[in-house]
Design a binder for this molecule. Structure first.
Ligand code: A2P
Length: 269
């Protein structure tokens, strides 16, 4: 269900920091993505997040952090969200339609950026649920493919349909006019489910700890000399993955001090 905005419906922003929604795609009854106009002045690095929101009924903006899912070269911005969360914004945002406005605070920040990683051979992208959003940006950024010989995307959700957004994006990469050639032979996609019975099941933590993912892909175990990782999921997931990465000798990096891995919380609540 992809609702494109009819040209005539293009609204002139009236709210401060307002952007106009251009398309909305519903993936499941829990997940949707939308695109909106991008302020010309907005510069960001793929993997960063911004505050977006709607005007609350009390006249105050209802804002929360969302990873930008579109790459830094894109004319528009894309966001991927859950619908029924513990926070009030996504439950309202899910009803947004093309032509309507959202608020966007144009101050991108975040640690899930290539600048916070030392050069390496392999880049592991480890995501659960909507944690795939920042990787949707990074996977469409030529810099990712220029910097690494191999990129491994592990994405885990409870149900198969919850993988669709990431799967569609990743399977389209080889045909992408900008990065299709760069991706060739470098991409390993390793989606798994934990509740729906599928041929590939299991938590990312288990598939790394047991060595299953390395055996399946024919890749050597994590090594701080060659491997870099970016992690984005729930708090519990991030902590468990951190422990595994630290156990393998990788150290957490930051913009000011690049190292072997970086972590960002998926902003889903
Ligand atoms: P599981 O089904 O075994 O809990 P959620 O929908 O709760 O945000 O979870 C998204 C995915 O992340 C699920 O597949 C879930 O697996 C997995 N997951 C949740 N917590 C962890 C964790 N601490 N370590 C690894 N995987 C996790």
């Amino acid at each position: 269900m992809n609702e494109h905005m009819p040209t005539a419906a293009k609204a002139t922003p009236t709210l401060p920091d307002a952007q106009t929604v251009t398309s909305v795609t519903h993936y499941t009854d829990r997940l949707f993505a939308f695109r909106c106009t991008r302020p010309r002045s907005l510069r960001f690095r793929s993997g960063e997040f911004v505050m977006i929101g709607l005007m609350g009924e009390n006249g105050k903006p209802l804002l929360r952090a969302y990873s930008i899912a579109s790459p830094s070269w894109d004319d528009e911005l894309e966001f991927y969200s859950i619908k029924v969360p513990d926070g009030p914004l996504p439950s309202r945002l899910q009803h947004i339609r093309p032509g309507e406005q959202i608020i966007l605070r144009p101050k991108p920040v975040g640690t899930l950026v290539l600048d916070a990683l030392l050069p390496g051979k392999r880049l592991w992208m480890l995501a659960t649920g909507t944690g795939i959003a920042p990787f949707a940006a990074l996977l469409r950024d030529p810099e990712t493919w220029e910097k690494f010989e191999q990129v491994i995307v592990m994405h885990t959700c409870r149900e198969t349909e919850e993988l669709t957004y990431g799967r569609d994006l990743i399977t389209a990469l080889p045909e992408d006019p900008l990065i299709g050639e760069l991706v060739e032979g470098k991409l390993h996609y390793y989606p798994t489910t934990t509740r729906a019975p599928t041929p590939q099941m299991g938590r990312i933590t288990d598939n790394i700890a047991t060595g299953k993912v390395f055996a399946d892909l024919g890749i050597p175990p994590l090594d701080p000399a060659t491997d870099r990782a970016m992690v984005c999921g729930s708090l519990a997931f991030n902590l468990d993955v951190k422990a595994i990465l630290e156990g393998a000798g990788l150290r957490e990096g930051a913009n000011s001090e690049p190292a072997e891995y970086v972590v960002e919380k998926a902003f889903v609540g």
